[in-house]
Design a protein around this ligand. Sequence first.
Ligand code: FAD
Length: 431
Amino acid sequence: MTAATIDTALPPSLWAKTAPPALDLPTLSGEVEADVVIVGGGFTGLSTALHLAEAGASAVVLEAAEPGWGASGRNNGQVIPTLTRADPDDLVALWGPQKGEQFVRVLRDSADLLFGIVAKHGIDCEAVQNGWVQPAHRKSRLAISAKRAEQWGRRGAPVELLDRDRCEAITGSPYWYGGWQNRSGGRINPLALARGMARAAVSAGAKVYKGTPATGLTQAGDRWRVTTPRGSVVAKRVVLATNAYSDGLWPKLAQTIVPIRSYQMATQPLSENLRRSILPDGHALSDTQGDLYFFRQDAQGRLVTGGALVFDVDSERRLRARISERLQRVFPQIGPVTFDHVWWGYIGMTPERLPRLHELAPGVVTWIGCQGRAVALGTAMGKELAQYGLGRPADELPIPLSPLRPLPFHVAVRTLARGMLLLYRWRDIND
Ligand SMILES: Cc1cc2nc3c(=O)[nH]c(=O)nc-3n(C[C@H](O)[C@H](O)[C@H](O)COP(=O)(O)OP(=O)(O)OC[C@H]3O[C@@H](n4cnc5c(N)ncnc54)[C@H](O)[C@@H]3O)c2cc1C
């Protein structure tokens, strides 16, 4: 039940350079009481706190480093209201019509919820809601585009199936065969959003502590006590919002997912001509490849992209070469590329590639397994978890409850999982 010590410095990301300064937050010292204590200050934890505070409940966030230090401040900033693999009909088949459709509604509305929070609280985070596009990298993958556009369209999402010409106009590249877009998606500066959400939560009355790792969690009568190095919080309900950065606080939780490194890179600001030629309408893009191609511009016209590696040896040099070649292949107009920033973060994968919800004990809940796609979903899950904090039973939340399923031989699985990238690359070429 002891949390590992983490390096609390922010990674040297583009976002650390360009996000507005963080609110000056305290560290916890002494004992405080609250209706709900939330461990983890990413989009999930901060959105939970914001929604609780807005509902009049007392909420305390304990963040080991600072808001946005985990995946929330390191990601590509694509606001994507879908999962990576499972489509709405799959979710209904797997989870049943009631739970499946409930989750699909939450996911469908997740990008609007996020951009609504940004607008309501005036969060300065380079927000652009001009759509998220998923182009097909092979003709055979156009069937996926058609399926997704049909299933989401049937459920009222603002989607469009794209033929090759329209896809080229949106992406600025002839590389893809067509695809689909969801107009409610978009892009943000993720660290700026996390900092803005923390500010909004504090303004609404929540208490957010930085530099405060939760090191123990014990029952105290009908409440829970979360201990930290210099204090503790006693609360009726606990939300663990630690996701891929889960540590030893709840035994075996960290062993239920495989944390995969995703590298992010940002080019120098592009020329005006290139900005008008590559993703000219401000879309965020993630294509159909398992070894994902993903791109978006930031507010200064840098292209923010990245990739994955099977071995983390000499990573930065290999990535610069690999992604530079990729950019020139996909966007030939770009010419020679230099990257000003390279950083990485952990994505939490489950074997079934679906998020999980656990009520770890009466009054303690967590969702985990973002699959690299929960900027919008984490924010939406925060709103749902706030309902749990207010007394809603866990089985009414939008993901089916399941028992903890730690992966056997976790260390070996973590290592082997990287090899999956080779399989994805093979499928990207042959499927
Ligand atoms: C490199 C990368 C790129 C990505 N790109 C995208 C994208 O473009 N679009 C998209 O939708 N998703 C993307 N994702 C996924 C997305 O970033 C995450 O799903 C989302 O940010 C998860 O938010 P969270 O709040 O649940 O967890 P996190 O943001 O990871 O927050 C967990 C927090 O818990 C804290 N913590 C852990 N243990 C303790 C403890 N004991 N006490 C106190 N605090 C603790 C950590 O310090 C951390 O800040 C990406 C992820 C990565 C890593």
